[in-house]
Design a protein around this ligand. Sequence first.
Ligand code: GUN
Ligand code: ZN
Length: 438
Amino acid sequence: MQSKITAVRGSALTFVADPFLTAPENAFRYETDALIIMENGKIKSFGSFDSTKALLPSDIEIKTYRDSLILPGFIDTHIHYPQTQIIGAYGKQLIDWLNNYTFIAEQQFKNFSYAKSVAQFFLEECLKAGTTTVMTYCTVHPESVDAFFEAATEKNMRVIAGKVLMDRNAPPELLDTAQQAYDQSLALIKKWHGKDRLSYAITPRFAPTSTHEQLTLAGTLWSEHPGTYMQSHLSENLGEMAWVKELFPKSIDYLDVYDHYKLLGNRAVYGHGIHLSEREWQRLSETKTSLAHCPTSNEFLGSGLFNFPAAKKIERPVRVGLATDVGAGTSFSQLQSMNESYKIAQLGGFALSSIHAFYLATRGAAESLDLMNTIGSIDAGMEADLLVLNLNSTPLINFRMKHCKDIEEALFIQMTMGDDRATQAVYVAGALAYEKGL
Ligand code: GUN
Ligand code: ZN
């Protein structure tokens, strides 16, 4: 079979280290005129055009992007595809928002064809925003997982997803039992995990909606299937935290609930992590558990401010990936997540640079998912998921860019004012998956 080769040329930027832990100027590689050759879904070579052009077979056409920046596709480490239909729902804070909107919307996902149509729309929105990988929650219904994985397979996207587990404190239509949660998740792992570019995440929604029995079985299932993921929510909201304390009086703190059930470790990804003690930061770091930082959601639900200096303390750093948390998050665009993350960091006395922010949505997110050797960077051998960002996507950005002195400032302008209008093109596994105007 003839191997499929594509090639793109333009300026390109990728990360080689964590800028929170090394000098930011040493954390990235920037090529002003790069050539990226992709073959059979992977990056075959990446370098300056002059040094790389000889590697390209003469019959392959190069697609050249001007006034653009080629980046690794964005990765969204925490999102709820069934909540696409409730984005921007007015109201109070987390628990009311769950009861008034989320738990109503999620009931519709028992219907496979409905779920499939939402999954397809959702993935189109992700690609339009430049996001090529998501780690998403489905609903309690196995149909919602089948629908999502089918839709992702049709787009050949690398995704992580799982059935939500809830056996208390939600409407009866959304409840399973501890045993059903185990059996259905096991069947879904067997059906989908490791197939094409799909990975399974065991997904207890959060401590208040699972019993002792359900959390125990979730831990058992995870230990029985190395390589699968664990995802849940942690310390998002003060009311939620008081509730957890009431439900689990013997636990030292919120994180300790998950620790007790053996739900911490590499490939465990917890949304939010806003109100954490030093003990919890320590424990996240030593167990290599990741956090998904969800800035637009944290502002929208009035949850609180993520603490970057605490998360990235040099003696005990915690892996953090950027996330939208749609539908509590208000945009699919990781540029908008970066914009709000910068403001949150500022309110906490930390000036998040553009290098930090773009790292969190690419290589940093990949590290938080234990996928840094697979996605999130532009390098030979990595899967070829790329975003071509138009650096002049609106008249105001175009005007502002005329007064821009270097790449770090250019990135900062994009993250402050850019959104999905800046997505020029997206490549998934080496194939053009989205192009503006088509
Ligand atoms: N905590 C438990 N479930 C959810 C959810 O769906 N969204 C958010 N933001 N927090 C949660
Ligand atoms: Zn969430």
